[in-house]
Design a protein around this ligand. Structure first.
Ligand code: ADP
Ligand code: MG
Length: 316
């Protein structure tokens, strides 16, 4: 199978939101008037971001999902993607499943693949996502204000516990395990939440490296500190009663890969955010507030926790 047949068979679909998709030297598309183009790229490397023998459907889904999540975190509408992929060899079964997962996720969020690059090499998937946001409305890390509420969507810790289960570090009950592995393998980017937050939030980030690390990015960019409470952080009920277990605690505070949104908003928006939560059928929970004083303190049962590891750092 030639490189060009491979591209044609597995990566060429109608890109109805573009003027020109896969097939020429470059794709062409138009950004809506009065919008800014939002661009981000995320690489998924075998052995670093996923096990090479993981289900190819999941690898495809997740490599698209983590990119779409960056659009969600900016309050942008994801629209176009390009895919640069290195493959060790041509495995049709693998490619069919990978492309099915990739396009399932893209379709779920109306993202169209408009180009890419295909080469031989160690398995490596790099997706560039492009989206649009009304000019000036993007949710920045730098926008938080003192005494903002700090909010988290969905549940934290599930993906990291799923990974701990795969690594044999914990044995979870079947139904908890299933939720954790789904969170790890097929994260659901919070695009609708990000869009709605354009009106309510001062700042936003998605949790890819762990709550403390990612909240830390907001605090640093906004030149603020924060105070949060471990027992307020939303997690599955099974975990809620096991916060004294160091691994579970670590997964909730510093586990990556959940792709939930962490955002800050003034207290005056509490009622609006609660009704947004009902409207989206997505839990939105306050875990603490920002402070003028720098530093991030985590409270639990009346004490301040010593935190050793804040999150994932490729070179840490
Ligand atoms: P060029 O040599 O001009 O860079 P390529 O032969 O690399 O062109 O690619 C041919 C066409 O296929 C281009 O439109 C490119 O964007 C697209 N393409 C290549 N690889 C992929 C891929 N993995 N996914 C989607 N489109 C791809
Ligand atoms: Mg090329």
């Amino acid at each position: 199978m030639s490189e060009f047949n491979l591209i044609h068979e597995y990566f060429t679909r109608n890109a109805e939101n573009a003027d020109l998709g896969v097939g020429d030297d470059a794709a062409l598309f138009r950004v809506s008037p009065h919008h800014q183009l939002a661009v981000s790229v995320d690489m998924s490397v075998a052995g670093t971001h996923f096990y090479a023998d993981a289900a190819p459907y999941d690898i495809g889904w997740k490599s698209m999902a983590v990119n779409i999540s960056d659009m969600a975190a900016m309050g942008a509408t994801p629209k176009w993607a390009t895919l640069a992929i290195a493959l060790p060899d041509i495995n049709r079964e693998w490619l069919a499943e990978f492309s099915r997962g990739l396009f399932s996720c893209a379709d779920a969020f109306k993202v169209h693949l408009i180009g890419g690059d295909t080469t031989r090499g160690a398995l490596n998937i790099s997706i560039q996502i492009m989206g649009e946001v009304p000019t000036g409305k993007a949710l920045l890390r730098s926008g938080a204000k003192p005494e903002d509420d700090i909010w988290v969507s969905g549940h934290l810790g599930s993906a990291a516990l799923g990974l701990a289960q795969l690594q044999g570090k914990i044995e979870l009950p079947a139904e908890v395990r299933q939720i954790c592995l789904a969170a790890l393998n097929q994260p659901k980017p919070r695009v609708n939440l990000g869009l709605a937050l354009q009106t309510f939030a001062h700042s936003c980030i998605d949790v890819s490296d762990g709550l403390l690390a990612d909240l830390g990015h907001i605090l640093q960019a906004s030149n603020l500190g924060a105070s949060i409470d471990l027992s307020h952080i939303p997690c599955q009920t099974h975990l809620q009663s096991r916060l004294d277990n160091p691994l579970i605690r670590q997964c909730i505070l510093a586990g990556g890969d959940d792709y939930e949104l962490v955002f800050t908003a003034p207290a005056s928006q509490r009622a609006a955010i609660k009704s947004l939560s009902e409207q989206l059928n997505l839990p939105l929970t306050t875990i603490g507030h920002t402070t003028k004083n720098l530093g991030l303190s985590v409270h639990y049962q009346g004490q301040i926790l010593e935190i050793s590891q804040k999150g994932f750092d490729h070179f840490g």
